[in-house]
Design a protein around this ligand. Structure first.
Ligand SMILES: C[S@@+](CC[C@H](N)C(=O)[O-])C[C@H]1O[C@@H](n2cnc3c(N)ncnc32)[C@H](O)[C@@H]1O
Length: 246
């Protein structure tokens, strides 16, 4: 989909006031710790002192925050990816399976330059949470979220695709998936991995791919691994498609 996207090149977000109904006293990041203010988290990103995951996650709805350590990209990982986006001047990133928007919003806040992040997510409640998170951090012009399933709706063109093992849930044991709202099966896993591999095979030379904990299958031939960072629970990798025969 070549949908027009809003210009993200506005000023960097300033520290907004604490919004109502977020980060209240029942949302402390850890027992006995004071809840961080939204402005302190925004200022930490601006100063390149990455906030803790607990601090950032305190702005997510309770049920979404509860699964963060397993399902959402850690802040340090999003910040590393943002450094690569700066280094390679990647300005449009599509997060395939964007969940509650943590990667897109955190990478948007961590980057030195404004970028466009577009998340695709098939769970409606997570799209709602992601849009609320982007609004809260005043990055709605940079981070947008589309509701839909991979392969069932056109993806916007992007210089880079980001995947945090989005399809692994298809083969988790009973009780481990996020919910039962979407089809989860081995057949779907195979279908979704094949769709991503086709997307990458047909993407233009120069397309970047960033994976955290992999994409669920092999990266198609023709992609060179440019960077690897592995100090987190999983490995973060940056790839780029080279010229045929290159
Ligand atoms: C591991 S989470 C990563 C979320 C986000 N990228 C982040 O790092 O914070 C994977 C997400 O992909 C979504 N997802 C899985 N398969 C999908 C599909 N076929 N189409 C759209 N979203 C999908 C899931 O609902 C889940 O929210």
């Amino acid at each position: 989909m070549n949908e027009p996207l809003r210009d993200p090149t506005g000023p960097r977000p300033t520290a907004p006031d604490r919004p109502r109904n977020t980060n209240g006293p029942d949302r402390l990041p850890s027992a006995g710790a004071a809840a961080p203010s939204l402005s302190s988290v925004v200022e930490a990103f601006a100063a390149r002192r990455w906030p803790s995951d607990a601090a950032f996650d305190s702005f997510l709805p309770d049920d979404v925050r509860a699964v963060s350590s397993r399902y959402w990209t850690p802040i340090a990982v999003a910040a590393q990816a943002a450094c690569w986006f700066d280094e390679f001047d990647i300005h449009t990133v599509v997060d395939i399976g964007s969940g509650a928007g943590k990667f897109c919003v955190a990478a948007c806040l961590a980057g030195r330059k404004p970028r466009r992040f577009i998340g695709l997510e098939h769970r409606s409640r997570l799209v709602v949470a992601a849009r609320a998170l982007a609004d809260l951090f005043q990055v709605g012009g940079c981070a947008r979220f589309l509701e839909g399933a991979l392969g069932e709706c056109a993806l916007p063109e992007a210089q880079a695709y980001y995947l945090f093992n989005p399809f692994g849930e298809n083969v988790y044991c009973a009780g481990e998936p996020l919910d039962e709202e979407v089809e989860l099966s081995e057949e779907r896993l195979a279908r979704d991995v094949a769709t991503v591999q086709d997307l990458l095979r047909t993407s233009p030379v120069g397309t970047f791919l960033v994976t955290y904990h992999g994409l669920g299958g092999t990266t198609p031939a023709g992609f060179d691994e440019l960077r690897v960072a592995g100090t987190w629970p999983h490995i973060l990798r940056l790839w780029q498609k080279r010229e045929p025969g290159g």
